[in-house]
Design a protein around this ligand. Structure first.
Ligand code: SAM
Length: 534
């Protein structure tokens, strides 16, 4: 399989492993007024660099995100984005803090962008659920590079499509060569667990249905009964049928589309249409709108169906009164993505959140279908609070005056920032992050299934981290004293009716001998911390 190389690639392919786990500190919770709908709760807006944030989301969300939409800087040379990752390499360190320049002026601009994206895409891939989808918005500057990058990270076989989104509808003569009317949205699945996709029906598709004979089953359309294959190729689909005047009909050259058994069923269900006068040469099959499920998504999205970049700008003006954000996507675009990739309970992640269009689209869709989709947004700039969170607040509360009033969609979100790292440079635990974050991290690294995790106030033992029929996980940790795994400690462990045959026990020291531990199925793990101070 072809792969892409660029300056710095070898330094970033494993960088996501080096990124520290940090705690995400909740700053506040916003709740829309109680009279608004309450179906959009448990949402998060996180202010911080998405590299650190994505890493820190792993303990809670690895393999759980159903839909990722990202709209990273397109690297046009006009965005003023800066490569700022702490990759330990002298060449890369020279890039730090400098605004990435324009084509022709900055020879490493594509290398910087790819170095920035690679570790983030690696983390996004781990966050995505087995049956999840990722959508990446780009233009021609980086779309081709990114497709090869995504092939490498997600697997070539998981590429689904490159959607051409018609982002403008007016031509311009400002360009000297080609003027671009489209963006590309690359779509990958996490795995073959995604084997079929449907999107909601469109007004245009539904306009093909009518009811010229007042069928009580409602609007219908027809499809051809004649097989494109010749009779000799499909002898099993070549048979004689009766028309409404009881004449025997045979297609002179082609087979029928349906087996004789299916044909009998169509007849008994009154699904054959012989034209308004009943005299057509061959029947057509009636398809009822009520029975039509969604449609297979296509890869060409017109501005009429999904809006334009201008529409995204108008939406911001309506919400804020002025154009305070340069590159918002129209909500209709993200809604279409959500209709393909989510159900009512999906978790949606946008780690380049900007003005928060993704949250807006989630709220709209939840209000349409009474869903409980949850969003996680990440934005590095300080406007995470003043634009991203503020837009979501306004959409939840309602905005606009007079005839332009838009009703609040309700809901709530928690606003976080990025706190301390879980480990100190000497690789010991940073105990300042607090016991809850430490316990969560240990539970994650032990791979304790969510359903087996125990809170500190569980009925058995405050140190218990997880319990199932085979295993107990115990984190014997006290903030201000050295903990010991010995016979005394074992004697104090009471797990009620549960009798797991094995246990993993963390402590500062262990006084049990190896043979005893083996005999009783106990594994000891030392808590990585400096205990000389006690
Ligand atoms: C093109 S805008 C996204 C616009 C968004 N889709 C909307 O509709 O408003 C890209 C956003 O990604 C943010 N961003 C860039 N690098 C980031 C990083 N490392 N972590 C988090 N956000 C980042 C930028 O600040 C910017 O707001």
């Amino acid at each position: 399989m072809p792969t892409l190389t660029w300056v710095g690639k070898d330094k970033v392919v494993n960088h996501h492993h080096e990124v520290p786990f940090r705690v995400l500190n909740q700053q506040y919770r916003f709740n829309a007024p109680a009279d608004k709908p309450a179906n959009s709760t448990n949402n998060r807006i996180i202010h911080g660099d998405n590299l650190e944030v994505l890493k820190s989301l792993l303990p809670e969300f690895e393999g759980k995100v159903n839909c990722i939409y990202i709209d990273p800087p397109y690297n046009t040379g006009n965005e003023g984005w800066v490569y700022n990752d702490a990759v330990n390499d002298p060449k890369i360190k020279k890039w730090l803090g400098q605004v990435v320049g324009k084509e022709g002026e900055d020879l490493s601009r594509h290398d910087k962008w790819l170095c920035m994206m690679y570790p983030r895409l690696k983390l996004l891939q781990r966050l995505l659920a087995k049956d999840g989808l990722i959508f990446v918005s780009l233009d021609d500057v980086e779309a081709a590079h990114t497709r090869v990058l995504l092939d490498e990270i997600f697997g070539y076989g998981n590429f689904l499509t490159a959607i051409a989104w018609e982002k403008r509808y007016t031509r311009s003569n400002n360009a000297k060569l080609f003027y671009s009317l489209k963006d590309t949205i690359l779509v990958y699945r996490k795995s073959t667990a995604v084997s079929e996709l449907k999107e909601g029906r469109t007004e245009k598709a539904d306009a093909n249905y009518s009811n010229p004979n007042n069928d009580e089953r409602g609007l219908w359309m027809t499809s051809s009964y004649v097989n494109p294959a010749l009779k000799e190729k499909r002898p099993n689909l070549s048979y004689l049928i009766l028309n409404p005047s009881n004449q025997i009909i045979e297609h002179p050259t082609h087979a029928w589309k349906y087996s004789q058994e299916e044909h009998e069923r169509h007849k008994s269900e009154d699904r054959l249409w012989w034209g308004q006068d009943g005299e057509a040469s061959y029947p057509r099959l009636k398809l009822f709108l009520d029975e039509a499920s969604g449609m297979v998504p296509v890869d060409l999205w017109s501005y009429q169906e999904t809006g334009t970049t201008d529409e995204g700008g108008f939406e911001i003006k309506e919400i804020f009164g002025s154009a305070i954000f340069d590159t918002p996507k129209p909500t209709r675009l993200i809604e279409r993505i959500l209709k393909i990739a989510t159900d009512e309970n999906s978790i949606i992640l946008d780690s380049f959140a900007g003005s928060g269009t993704t949250a807006h689209a989630v709220l709209k869709l939840n209000s349409q279908d009474n869903g409980n989709r949850r969003f996680i947004l990440v934005e590095t700039m300080d406007y995470a609070e003043t634009i991203t969170a503020e837009r979501v607040r306004r959409v939840m509360n309602g905005y606009g005056d007079g005839s332009k009033t838009v009703a609040g969609l309700g809901g709530s979100f928690d606003f976080y920032n990025v706190g301390e790292a879980l480990f100190l440079p000497d690789e010991n635990l940073n105990e300042a992050v607090g016991i809850a974050a430490i316990r969560d991290y240990v539970a994650y690294t032990e791979g304790i299934p969510e359903s087996d995790r125990c809170a500190q106030d569980n009925p058995y033992l405050p140190h218990l981290l997880g319990l199932n029929t085979e295993m107990a996980w115990i984190f014997n940790y006290e903030t201000d004293s050295v903990t010991v795994l010995d016979l005394n400690y074992l004697a104090g462990i009471k797990l009620g009716a549960a009798k797991p045959a094995t246990a993993i026990i963390y402590a500062d020291r262990c006084l049990l001998d190896e043979a005893f531990m083996r005999q009783h199925g106990i594994s000891f793990k030392k808590i990585p911390r400096d205990i000389t101070r006690f």
